[in-house]
Write a protein that binds this ligand. Structure first.
Ligand code: UD1
Length: 420
């Protein structure tokens, strides 16, 4: 039910986009690996099951995972799990490095565009792997181990950078990943690998250099805070003209996002343990172009379109990373948003308020974006297919309620009918 102004404080925990890769990295070191600041989200459960089926023991307690990695691990990532979670492609590099062979089903996950794997494949080939695809599986072989090389990525792909980083830590010699992705989650992964004994330099810059080592030791590592969840609450605060302290977050990972919110009229200040956002007026429209980090993150596209839909003025939003992000716009238009798209550009003309309606989440960030839009829509908005939101937001409804939002979670009608 729209209309509430968000106020209070909310705490964010570890990043989905990091923890899934940290779980894959654990495969590199036999023994007991501990990961803390783990969010209670569906994608972590799926990844835990995938890692279990590779022969690892996985025990979870609130905020923590212990992964017991055996000396000999399986080399095949289960089809049913991989197709539910694109990030499971990140086990390819570690399995290849550990086993000399890896079979990973072609991934699923968000339905946001083609999301090829060509950069992963070409990079691993550079390190000496033979790559083929058969019966829905991507198969990598390097029976005599991988050998360091210089890999130039045509695009700074997050997933390809991570896979190559994890493959190269056990390769012979030196690997250089050029035009590497620079996201905070890459730095987090490199830190965990370093604490396992890997020799990695330059993570967070465009050139990462890895000196291969013969083996790694298990470690304990705390996941970097989730900048996307933190940013979701920041956007919700601005849209609802609220006042919220977002704790546990790292504002330096959200520089451009917070700068743009200030451009909309928000006041943002840094706290010891997070940051504070407040907004006393209708937001002003803001033009956005998404780009790899440190550019404006593509994950925020649904939020910024929703924000502009209730802003004062018109804005141009350009998506440069995932071609399918605009699918969400057709749902937002059902809430009365005035948006026109042309290729990867969208023109959004702000309205005073949106108008509640039933809508469907098409992916995780689109789902969260529709909930934010519902907060500023007159009357009732029902967002369905919220399993997408569960993939990456722990207790989203409870957190929004604690800030004063009028939002409840209800079982889908089929669950009542069929008991599922
Ligand atoms: C990760 C994040 C996602 C974020 C994205 C960009 C996870 C689980 N997901 O996704 O939330 O939006 O980074 O910041 O961490 N591409 C290719 N060939 C490849 C690899 C990628 O063409 O081999 C293309 C993709 O189709 C896409 C673009 O490159 O258009 C970006 O992909 P990438 O950076 O790899 O994103 P992900 O790692 O999938």
């Amino acid at each position: 039910m729209g209309g509430a102004r968000l106020a209070g404080e909310v705490r964010v925990t570890g990043a989905k986009n990091s923890v899934l890769k940290l779980m894959a990295a654990a495969l590199l070191a036999p023994g007991r690996n501990t990961i803390s600041q783990v969010p209670a989200i569906l994608d972590v459960d799926i990844m835990a099951e995938l890692v279990r089926r590779l022969g690892c023991g996985v025990t979870s307690s609130p905020g923590q995972l212990v992964i017991e990695v055996p000396d000999v691990i399986g080399d095949e990532a289960d089809y049913d799990l991989v197709r539910r979670l694109r990030a499971s492609i990140s086990v390819l590099g570690p399995l290849l490095a550990r086993c000399g062979e890896a079979r990973v089903a072609l991934p699923g996950g968000d339905n946001i565009g083609s999301r090829g794997l060509d950069l992963h494949v070409a990079g691993l080939q550079k390190l000496g792997a033979q790559m083929e695809s058969e019966h829905g599986f991507l198969i990598a072989r390097a029976p005599h181990g991988l050998t360091g090389a210089t890999v130039w990525l045509d695009f700074p792909s997050v997933g390809a950078t991570e896979n190559l980083l994890m493959a190269s830590v056990l390769a012979k010699g030196t690997t250089v990943i050029d035009n590497a992705a620079r996201e905070p989650e890459i730095i987090d992964l490199a830190r965990m690998l370093q604490s396992m004994g890997a020799k990695v330099e330059g993570a967070g810059t465009s050139t990462i250099e890895v000196q291969g080592v013969p083996g790694l030791s298990p470690t304990s590592h705390a996941t970097v805070p989730d900048r996307i969840v933190a940013g979701t609450f920041a956007m919700a605060t601005v849209m609802t003209r609220g006042d919220v302290e977002i704790l546990g977050a790292r504002p330096e990972h959200l520089e451009i996002v917070l700068d743009r919110l200030v451009g909309c009229g928000a006041a943002v200040s840094v706290l010891d343990d997070g940051f504070h956002v407040s907004m006393g007026e209708r937001p002003k429209a803001v033009d956005i172009v998404t780009l790899p980090y440190p550019g404006f993150p593509t994950d925020f596209l649904p939020f910024i379109v929703a924000l502009n839909a209730v802003a004062d003025g018109a804005a141009m939003v350009t998506e440069n990373v995932f071609e399918g992000r605009f699918k969400f716009i057709q749902e937002l238009v059902r809430l009365g948003a005035d948006v026109r798209t042309d290729g990867h550009h969208a023109i959004v003309r702000g309205r005073e308020r949106l108008s509640g309606a039933p809508v469907d989440a098409t992916d995780i960030r689109a789902g969260a974006g529709l909930v934010l839009a519902g907060l500023v829509a007159d009357g009732l908005t029902t967002v369905s297919e919220i399993h997408h939101i569960d993939r990456g937001y722990a207790g989203f409804v409870e957190q929004l309620r604690s800030l004063g939002a009028d939002v409840v979670r209800e079982p889908a009608p089929y669950a009542e009918t069929f008991g599922g």
